[in-house]
Design a protein around this ligand. Structure first.
Ligand SMILES: NC(=O)c1ccc[n+]([C@@H]2O[C@H](COP(=O)([O-])OP(=O)(O)OC[C@H]3O[C@@H](n4cnc5c(N)ncnc54)[C@H](O)[C@@H]3O)[C@@H](O)[C@H]2O)c1
Ligand SMILES: [Zn+2]
Length: 363
């Protein structure tokens, strides 16, 4: 008997910004009640890799008398393109989707971002339900209401806030997720442990192998705890100004590495290196203890994540970090740890401090 699903609730300022996040096994039966009585048509958006799950979702909807259509889109980042959004709008238009109809995403974070954007823009906003199938999608991308596409100017520069009506994190999906995707998704879980929930760190330290076993109760608990933190932060801070910035722990350098690697490195791998860098920076300016800084490297290594980076890229990385933060002027800001569960913002007075931390994580 599978365990009953766990329901976490995002509580926004309005009903439209409030929604449940279900975590468990075999959750598709909940779809009709979550869509509600007004929905007559549903567009299921998924990449080819998730065709089987997409079919199951469509059958589930057809069984309760809903008209369910499919838009199969290109995989991963190829799907986060204006032409793909345009293709989805065309399907919605040709099938007379109204404001009371809905979109469902089935896939990793790329699909939830694209489908969320399509739902945000069609008739200025229709209902969307996310069914994330990657670990990163479950613990990060599907929760929080950020949607977007990539353009020639960069990744995620065009998008909208559009909270979903519900998120179904069905753990059964993880069985087919490639191992490297599972492992790199763990970086966000580790990040969350350091900024908000020490039990996450202990669960991994007790048995790292079990933590990355897709069917384990341990992984389920890690996912639930990570989503709980994001749900809490998002509920308090819907438009990303205050606390939500702490979720960027490790991300300033990570984004610069991704850029330097021309997005050929998985996000979670870059975040893993970025976490080690942030820990070194925190240590060097006296906020983070040696013990906590070392704990970063040990946990990430135990999961098979990278903790060092090539030492000949400083100019490019500094440039990338400055660009990443351009919205806040020229001074670089970092999230550093004062203690586990106690992040703070550190405005770097002198870039030589950053260079010193970079040398510490150098290969
Ligand atoms: N909106 C947000 O708040 C937010 C947060 C974090 C990341 N993101 C976005 O999420 C994207 C990254 O998400 P991702 O890491 O899930 O990548 P992804 O969506 O590209 O998925 C990675 C790969 O795994 C495959 N896959 C996914 N689930 C599978 C399954 N169950 N079985 C087999 N294959 C499966 C996908 O087809 C793809 O090839 C980026 O575009 C990023 O910008 C958004
Ligand atoms: Zn991230």
């Amino acid at each position: 008997m599978p365990l009953a699903p766990t329901t976490l609730k995002v509580s926004g300022n309005t009903a439209a910004e409030s929604y449940p996040v279900l975590v468990g096994n075999g959750l598709l039966g909940h779809l009709p009640e979550l869509l509600g009585p007004s929905v007559k048509k549903v567009l299921v958006i998924h990449p080819r890799a998730l065709r089987t799950t997409g079919d199951v979702v469509r059958d589930e909807l057809a069984n309760v008398g809903l008209e369910a259509l499919t838009a199969e889109i290109p995989d991963a980042e190829e799907g986060k393109h204006i032409q793909v959004a345009s293709f989805c709008w065309e399907v919605l238009g040709k099938n007379d989707f109204t404001r009371s109809d809905a979109v469902i995403s089935v896939g990793g974070g790329a699909v939830t971002d694209l489908a969320g954007f399509v739902a945000a823009t069609w008739l200025r906003g229709v209902k969307v339900i996310h069914i994330p199938t990657s670990l990163l999608g479950m613990v990060d991308a599907a929760v929080g209401g950020k949607t977007g596409i990539n353009t020639a100017e960069g990744k995620n520069l065009v998008g909208a806030f559009h909270p979903p009506a519900a998120v179904l994190a069905d753990l059964d999906a993880l069985a087919t997720l490639p191992k490297n995707e599972l492992v790199t998704g763990m970086a966000e879980i580790v990040k969350t442990g350091f900024i908000a929930d020490e039990r996450i760190l202990e669960l991994i330290e007790e048995d790292p192998e079990d933590a990355i076993n897709p069917g384990s109760a341990r992984l389920r608990e890690l996912i639930e705890r990570t989503i709980a933190v994001k749900v809490d932060v998002v509920s308090r801070d819907l438009k990303e100004s205050g606390d939500r910035e702490f979720l960027n722990y490790g991300h300033t350098l990570a984004h610069a590495i991704e850029l330097a690697e021309r997005y050929q490195m998985r996000h979670g791998a870059a975040v893993s290196i970025g976490l080690c860098f942030a820990a070194e920076l925190g240590r060097s300016v006296g906020y983070t203890s040696d013990e906590i800084a070392d704990r970063h490297v040990n946990i990430l290594k135990s999961l098979g994540l990278p903790t060092t980076y090539r030492n000949d890229r400083w100019a490019a990385l500094l440039d990338g970090m400055k660009r990443d933060k351009k919205a806040r002027g020229n001074q670089l800001r970092f999230v550093v740890l004062e203690a586990i569960g106690k992040p703070r913002i550190y405005e770097v007075p002198d870039n030589s401090l950053l260079f010193a931390a970079y040398q510490e994580i150098g290969e």
